[in-house]
Design a protein around this ligand. Structure first.
Ligand SMILES: CC(C)(COP(=O)(O)OP(=O)(O)OC[C@H]1O[C@@H](n2cnc3c(N)ncnc32)[C@H](O)[C@@H]1OP(=O)(O)O)[C@@H](O)C(=O)NCCC(=O)NCCS
Length: 211
């Protein structure tokens, strides 16, 4: 069972699954409701099916009794039915992860060596690009900033956020600390976030908690 990390702290509980098994094998270990079965059948690739199934298995692992079902709003943001907890979901090519919390949270995982050079100016402002370029590991910092902003986007619940102008990450010493901070400044919402990162099997996992 490749539940490779379970992190529980005051910010919530995170489960991380390594996508090793086939979709057929995953399907044997999870009970799906009719809506989830329909969604599973709509996916064209096995990878997408695996990501989806892994998130349901993670939820079953973290809440084994009376496991709630997941609803998605019209923008794709997930929430739990029959539970007061909030949920956020992410997947990369080889991992899937969920976070559950009574706080407002968001999570994102990206492969550490993914090439995102083409979109840097779309998600980072000039000061953040300087932070990336002056660091001793620009690739790591690039992915960290991108992932942090995706996590904040998932948490904030609003559409049409301009990542480079409306979400800012405060530079921090990523060699010495795993927590950092960010803020969303949008006409509809101004919020600060605490962020945390971990490196797991060549992936960078970032989650945020709204202040
Ligand atoms: C929706 C989005 C956040 C998904 O992120 P991603 O890195 O592509 O994919 P992830 O695997 O990390 O996350 C996927 C999960 O996010 C969740 N999600 C989708 N839309 C969401 C939303 N509007 N709010 C919160 N969560 C959302 C879903 O649970 C989804 O998993 P599921 O389809 O299995 O249920 C992303 O595609 C997006 O639209 N980002 C904003 C657009 C943008 O401006 N991006 C960058 C500018 S350079």
């Amino acid at each position: 069972m490749p539940l490779i990390e379970k992190i529980a702290n005051q910010n919530g509980t995170i489960g991380v699954w390594e996508l090793k098994e086939t979709a057929d094998d995953l399907l044997k270990t999870v009970e799906l409701n009719p809506a989830d079965t329909e969604r599973l059948e709509s996916f064209k690739t096995e990878n997408r099916q695996k990501e989806f199934l892994a998130t349901r298995i993670l939820l079953q692992n973290l809440i084994p009794e009376n496991t709630p079902t997941i609803h998605r709003d019209k923008f794709g943001k997930p929430s739990l039915i029959n539970s007061d907890l909030n949920i956020s979901i992410t997947h990369s090519a080889d991992l899937a992860a969920i976070i559950l919390s009574d706080k407002n949270i968001g999570i994102d995982v990206e492969q550490r060596h993914r090439n995102i050079d083409k979109v840097v100016t779309r998600f980072a402002c000039p000061a953040e690009i300087e932070f990336i370029e002056k660091s001793n590991d620009p690739q790591l910092v690039k992915i960290l900033l991108w992932s942090a902003k995706e996590a904040i986007f998932k948490c904030c619940g609003i559409q049409g956020v301009q990542f480079n102008e409306q979400i800012k990450i405060t530079p921090f010493d990523y060699n010495a600390q795993s927590n950092f901070s960010g803020a969303l400044r949008h006409p509809d919402k101004e919020v600060s976030y605490e962020l945390f990162f971990r490196i797991i099997k060549n992936n960078i996992l970032v989650y945020c908690v709204q202040h």
